[in-house]
Design a protein around this ligand. Structure first.
Ligand code: IFM
Length: 480
């Protein structure tokens, strides 16, 4: 807004100065080049090549070929006015077996990407782990084993030392809940294991891995490393106000949210979580000193939000298993919460079947910021899949996505006005890409990708978002 802007102040929704406007991606979802320059398979290569695991046998072998097209992709980000770009580093590209020295070519790819971003005035925000564990480490036991956390710390040191002169904002892990509970509990994600105890052990070793990685990044570049973690915090709503439904919400909050927030920010695993899961494990895998390692102060907390989670107690005659929005499985990803039922939240569903509910984001932000008032927040993912179609003129109009993002940005703005210290917003995703078990069937991108030619076409949401990013204010969807 300028001094001569004729609009009444109340209609202008300006974001704080310096607010980061970004978009996010992840290595396995976009890079391709799965066997190039020394990269070896990750658990997602193995999983996607296993028949029946991913929609129509899709894999990330080529993905959207960002590995070879990153320069054009960065140019496109600059055209879209982004001030930040969140990407992930592929562990098996940089340290193929998860052990030993880094592969120079792997590091060089990220160095070139970051240099390109910096030259375009775009701040790089690097995630060290977005689900692509080197297969060799899974074969040795994976995240349920403590050694994997230690390996992750060593990998973080390699990357931090090599790139920490030019990357200052780091995210250790993306959505460790998915890694632990979808990967080792329900098995809908790689590596596809279905063991609730392994899932709980994985959750702890992910937390520990975060703590070790945070230390490594800070010691590599003490003056400038800013460390964060991105959690897909569940905004949980009991179906009714009954004591039973509120108890169901408490259980899901314990194993969905506080299993990470507890050791990261409260100094301990929550007592109620330990009690809920006591029949499965005594948590003896948590050693003295672990929570101190995990709980070192964060520079910010990344929050990924898409839709709320509605739960109730299980009542007689209710179908099992329940659809909790995380993919169908005979095995629950919620250890210690067998007596909890999941319900579709009210609101228009996106192509993922997830209800659109911006108020859930407002509630999440205000709740987290009231609980941890000194912790800056970043929205590191928010967005929606829709069935986008390319028009006869080659353009892609996605008004539903614009409405989704507009609604959620309005919620962020309201949370900021009410005191939440939110420093930035990253749209998921920059481009259409490999949506895990759904393969290429779900399009989250602001930029359309033709999966035959790999041509990129910014959708109308990308053009609208560019106006938001450039003006630092919430542009009316009608102006798209
Ligand atoms: O595509 C994923 C991303 O990798 C992690 N967060 C949720 C997104 C949409 O499902």
């Amino acid at each position: 807004m300028t001094a001569t802007d004729p609009r009444p102040l109340t209609t202008v929704r300006q974001f704080p100065p310096g607010f980061l406007w970004g978009a996010a991606t992840a290595a396995y979802q976009i890079e391709g080049a799965a066997a190039e320059d020394g990269r070896t398979p990750s658990i997602w290569d193995t999983f996607s090549h296993t028949p029946g695991k991913v929609f129509e046998g899709h894999t990330g072998d080529v993905a959207i070929d960002h590995y070879h097209r990153f320069r054009d992709d960065v140019r496109m980000m600059a055209d879209l006015g982004l001030s930040a770009y969140r990407f992930s580093v592929s562990w098996p590209r940089v340290q193929p077996t998860g052990r030993g020295p880094a592969v120079q070519k792997g590091l060089d790819f990220y160095r070139r990407l970051v240099d390109e971003l910096l030259a375009a005035g775009i701040e790089p925000v690097a995630t060290l782990y977005h689900w692509d564990l080197p297969q060799e480490l899974e074969t040795a036991g994976g995240w349920p084993e403590r050694a994997t956390a230690e390996r992750f710390g060593a990998y973080a040191a390699l990357v931090g030392e090599a790139l920490g002169d030019r990357i200052t904002r780091w995210t250790t892990l993306n959505e460790p809940w998915c890694t632990a509970f979808l990967g080792y509990g329900s098995g809908v994600h790689a590596p596809g294991r279905t063991d609730p105890v392994a899932a709980l052990r994985a959750a702890h070793h992910l937390n520990l891995g975060h703590g070790l990685a945070a230390q490594a990044l800070r010691s590599a570049h003490p003056a400038q490393a800013k460390v964060s973690i991105s959690l897909n915090l569940h905004e949980i709503r009991p179906l009714t106000s009954s004591a039973e439904d509120r108890e169901a919400a408490r259980r899901i909050d314990a194993v969905g949210n506080r299993v990470f927030l507890g050791p990261l920010l409260d100094g301990a695993y929550p007592e109620d979580l330990l009690a809920d899961t006591a029949a499965l494990t005594d948590w003896a895998f948590v050693r003295d000193g672990d929570t101190a390692t995990i709980g070192r102060p964060l520079d910010s907390l990344g929050i990924n939000y898409y839709t709320p989670t509605v739960v109730s107690a299980v009542t007689e005659g209710m179908a099992k298993p329940q659809d909790d929005g995380h993919g169908a499985s005979e095995h629950s990803p919620w250890p210690g919460a067998d007596d909890v039922a999941f319900h579709r939240a009210p609101g228009e569903p996106t192509a993922m079947g997830w209800a659109v509910d911006p108020n859930g984001l407002y509630e999440l932000l205000t709740r987290v910021s009231a609980r941890y008032p000194d912790l800056p927040l970043l929205i590191t993912e928010n967005g929606a899949a829709y069935e986008d179609e390319v028009g006869a003129d080659g353009t892609v109009h996605d008004p539903d996505r614009i409405a989704y993002v507009h609604g959620h940005l309005a919620a962020v703005h309201r949370a900021v006005a009410d005191g939440a210290d939110v420093r930035g917003y990253f749209l998921w995703s920059l481009m259409d890409n490999f949506e895990w078990a759904y393969g290429y069937a779900k399009r989250f991108g602001a930029v359309h990708v033709d999966y035959t030619s790999l041509a990129r076409t910014p959708k109308s949401s990308a053009h609208w978002y560019a106006r938001v990013a450039r003006s630092n204010e919430l542009v009316d969807p009608a102006e798209s």
